[in-house]
Write a protein that binds this ligand. Structure first.
Ligand code: SF4
Length: 304
């Protein structure tokens, strides 16, 4: 069934010069089908370079919107337009303008998990892979506002030693992971290293051996001499880790770390999107497009 659908998708994609990009949290069969899988930073870089006419973005809305900002001449398809990110919706542009009003002169860093309108109100974007160097690149004399993820913000604050003005957003999937679950996984797999995503809460981050973005976890696991890992992030990443490291073992910190929005993308919806060339994600407001793109492009000049 999956093989049939995947073959039809491949044929349809070739016929309309489409490339399929998938986030590391996508369902296994979508990752298996994609031309390229990665974390938000890797996908942003890829989306900026792609010369295919159509980009089918298998992820959530802000990711497709980021691709539309970085490559506005391409058609960006999001197979399920209702695949959103609750964290991105925890802050709107008006709330950010009010926060900026309370801290005149502050520089604004916004995590890519945000709307185009919020990016347009920001000086620079970041992902979980480059948030530390992005903050380090800013003027040390001026305050820094960090939105919308409080956990990534606190992680960056710890790593840089720089006090940040942090918006209290969070990822409902990552905050579900509990430190006691990490401890239980360690007890069950005593030789394993714990890798946690910076969207996890502080007790989980502090219980981990390494705090890394999903792309960094893939590189770390491939290069480490250890053969067992406990993974504290969305469970979709386990597919890629296991595929790329067949001789190593990966255990989820908890099977409850599942993002329902990421799992809204199905093979059937990908095929339909290609056949209908819809739903399209585009930025209609030229001012927002230009300012949000500037914040993203500024981020892409910082190496992670
Ligand atoms: S895992 Fe969290 S941050 Fe990522 S899309 Fe889902 S809700 Fe948003």
């Amino acid at each position: 069934m999956h093989a049939d659908l995947s073959q039809q998708i491949r044929q349809q994609a070739a016929a309309c010069r489409a490339i399929i990009l998938a986030h590391n949290y996508q369902p296994d069969e979508i990752q298996a089908l994609a031309d390229f899988t990665g974390d938000s930073l890797e996908l942003s870089r890829k989306a900026a370079q792609v010369d295919a006419e159509i980009i089918v973005f298998c992820g959530v809305y802000f990711m497709a919107e980021t691709a539309a900002l970085l490559n506005p001449t391409r058609t960006i398809l999001l197979p399920d337009i209702a695949a959103g990110c609750p964290m991105a919706n925890m802050l709107d542009a008006e709330q950010l303008r009010q926060l900026k009003g309370l801290h005149p002169g502050a520089q604004v860093v916004c995590y890519v998990n945000s709307t185009a309108e919020v990016k347009a109100e920001s000086d620079i974007c970041c992902t979980s892979a480059n948030a530390v160097p992005v903050v380090q690149s800013l003027d040390p004399q001026r305050p820094v506002i960090f939105v919308p993820d409080q956990h990534l913000g606190h992680f960056v604050q710890e790593r840089t030693g720089r006090p940040l003005i942090i918006w209290p957003g969070y990822c409902p999937t990552h905050v579900r992971i509990q430190a006691r679950e990490v401890a239980a996984a360690r007890a069950a797999h005593p030789g394993a290293l714990v890798l946690a995503h910076p969207e996890c809460s502080q007790p989980v981050r502090h219980a981990a051996d390494q705090v890394l973005s999903t792309g960094q976890m893939c590189r770390y696991a491939a290069g480490a001499s250890t053969s067992e890992f406990i993974i504290a992030t969305e469970v979709g990443l386990l597919y890629r880790l296991r595929k790329e490291n067949p001789g190593k073992r990966f255990y989820p910190a908890t099977s409850r770390a599942l993002c329902p929005n990421m799992k809204k993308i199905t093979l059937e919806k990908v095929l339909l999107a290609l056949q209908r060339r819809a739903p399209v994600v585009a930025i209609l407001d030229a001012g927002i497009q230009a300012r949000a793109r500037q914040a993203l492009e500024r981020m892409l000049t910082i190496s992670a």
